[in-house]
Ligand binder design. Structure first.
Ligand code: NDP
Length: 482
């Protein structure tokens, strides 16, 4: 009998193996060892999970619960998550080498996602308009049905919670498929939902690979909404699959974020956030500031400070409290990032600092590259690792042009002390989110999503309400005329 931990599917409030007994290994990228196994979902397991969610939606109490009761149940789950913060964070740290302190921060944000949407659905349930014709009309936001949610490995718990929280808060039932690289924390979340007293089938967790587990969910005509976070190429497959049964999709995809540092920026602040934007989570962030543009007049000074701050990051064991940076999330991903660093050199780039740690680990050190042609793949494509490509600019118009010259459009950052310029440039940037003099701050009331290859649709606040419900207009005659 293996003493490895096991993460099953959570279906109908039971933790179960796959029907055929299939399992896969779960790796710890820091130790480069297998530390657990997870159930490997096949089409039959996906079918079982969808049937459970469908039953829970069509016949179960969840969509029929009052808003206050549903909100209370979700707050109970959030309480349990808070109490198990260290366990949830330990799973993400073990599973993808995220520094433990950062993983705890992710748990806190995940808890907040649940609390926010528990209250939001209670307080934003529609509008009423008295009409001059003697009618009243009101909007009603009823649940959409069964939601299939597919999440990536870079923020395993947090990305999943962004999807599950609004889906269930609005009265839907949900099946979440976490990335095969990081099944642990989401499975624990499923266990906590059972403990919180959720009715069976409201939150099912299906572990397994993109295909067949994920693709079986997206192509199932009993699924009413598909919400996906992952790469642009997989997003296109997901959209095509959901289109076979006309399920609306919300796609949060890749990015190649621009970070513009103007000549009047507060340099200490700009350097601090430039480091966070590309080296936090070892650069495995869709929102990473991977293309940095700095004004020529301050480029030398900025680069000196940026390189020195990057080299000062403590690299090591994710559980060491001093660690700010650790290995990449998997061997496959490590090899992908290494290939980009190698091609940056081959294509004429100057690596100012960083590169591969040739100690057998899956670490790519914080890497800063200059002199790369604008058509080079490490500049144009999403690397999803700790590699920042730096270019200089001379004018504001040039900076905006460079920032927008990409097929992605998830986010951008700009650093300036000039208020007019901040507004002007923020408005001109083609991106779903623009941060001015900061990074990674999110208010759940605002839209989140991307332009172009970075996604389809927006989530957050009422934007999530529009996606996860079937809005309805009711028109009622008040005065009978004539
Ligand atoms: P992938 O697109 O490879 O996978 C994302 C999820 O989709 C995983 O659960 C994966 O399963 C699953 N999947 C793969 N193939 C299919 C399929 N045919 N049908 C249904 N599901 C499928 O992305 P990564 O996990 O590698 O995550 C990194 C990507 O996510 C980056 O591009 C990043 O930019 C993006 N991302 C975007 C964010 C945003 O908010 N815009 C936030 C975070 C990440 P499996 O793991 O088993 O293959």
């Amino acid at each position: 009998m293996s003493d490895l931990q096991f993460f099953g599917h959570i279906i109908d409030n039971e933790e179960v193996d796959s029907l055929g007994g299939e399992r896969f290994d779960v790796w710890n990228p820091w130790t480069r060892e297998v530390w657990a196994q997870a159930a490997d979902g096949m089409a039959a397991d996906a079918d079982r999970a969808v049937a459970s969610a469908r039953r829970a939606f069509d016949e179960g109490p969840w969509p029929r619960l009052g808003r206050v009761e549903r909100g209370k149940a979700i707050h109970r789950l959030a309480d349990l998550m808070e109490a198990r913060t260290d366990d949830l964070a330990r799973m993400d740290s073990t599973n993808m080498a995220k520094p433990f302190e950062q993983a705890k921060h992710d748990v806190a944000r995940s808890v907040w996602n649940f609390r926010f949407f528990a209250d939001h659905q209670r307080d934003h349930c529609g509008e009423t308009f008295p009409m001059d014709s003697g009618h009243h009309t009101y909007s009603e936001f009823g649940p959409a049905g069964v939601v299939a949610a597919i999440s990536p490995w870079n923020f395993p718990l947090m990305m999943a919670s962004w999807k599950i929280a609004p889906a269930i808060a609005w009265g839907n039932t949900c099946i979440i498929k976490p990335s095969e690289d990081t099944p642990a924390s989401v499975t624990l979340l499923g266990r906590l939902a059972v403990e919180a007293g959720f009715p069976p089938g409201v939150l099912n967790v299906l572990n397994g690979h993109g295909a067949p587990a994920g693709s079986s969910l997206t192509g199932d005509d009993r699924v009413d909404r598909v919400t996906f976070t992952g790469s642009s190429s997989t997003g296109k497959l997901v959209m095509a699959s959901a289109a076979t049964h006309l399920a609306p999709v919300s796609l949060e995809l890749g990015g190649k974020g621009a970070n513009i540092v103007f000549e009047d920026a507060d340099l200490d602040n700009a350097v601090y956030w430039a480091v966070e934007a590309i080296f936090r989570n070892a650069g495995q962030i869709c929102l990473a500031g991977s293309r940095l543009f700095v004004h020529r007049s301050i480029a030398e000074e900025f680069l000196r400070r940026f390189v020195s701050a990057a080299e000062a990051l403590t690299i090591g064991d994710p559980f060491d409290p001093a660690t700010r940076f650790s290995s990449l999330a998997s061997k496959r991903h490590f090899e992908k990032v290494v290939s980009y660093v190698e091609s940056a050199r081959l294509l004429g780039g100057t690596v100012l600092t960083g590169g591969v740690a040739d100690d057998g680990s899956w670490i790519v050190r914080p890497t800063i590259v200059t002199d790369l042609p604008l058509d080079a793949s490490p500049y144009c494509e999403e690397i999803f690792g700790p590699v920042c490509v730096v270019n200089v600019f001379d004018t504001e118009a040039e900076a905006v042009h460079l920032a927008n010259d990409t097929r992605y459009g998830l986010n951008a950052m700009l650093f300036t002390e000039n208020l007019s310029r901040a507004h002007r440039v923020a408005s001109a940037l083609r991106a779903g989110t623009v941060w001015v003099n900061c990074f990674f701050i999110r208010d759940l009331r605002t839209p989140f999503g991307g332009v172009g290859d970075s996604g389809v649709g927006r989530e957050g606040g009422n934007f999530s309400r529009e996606f996860f419900t079937e809005p309805k207009a009711v028109v009622m005659q008040i005065d009978r005329k004539g």
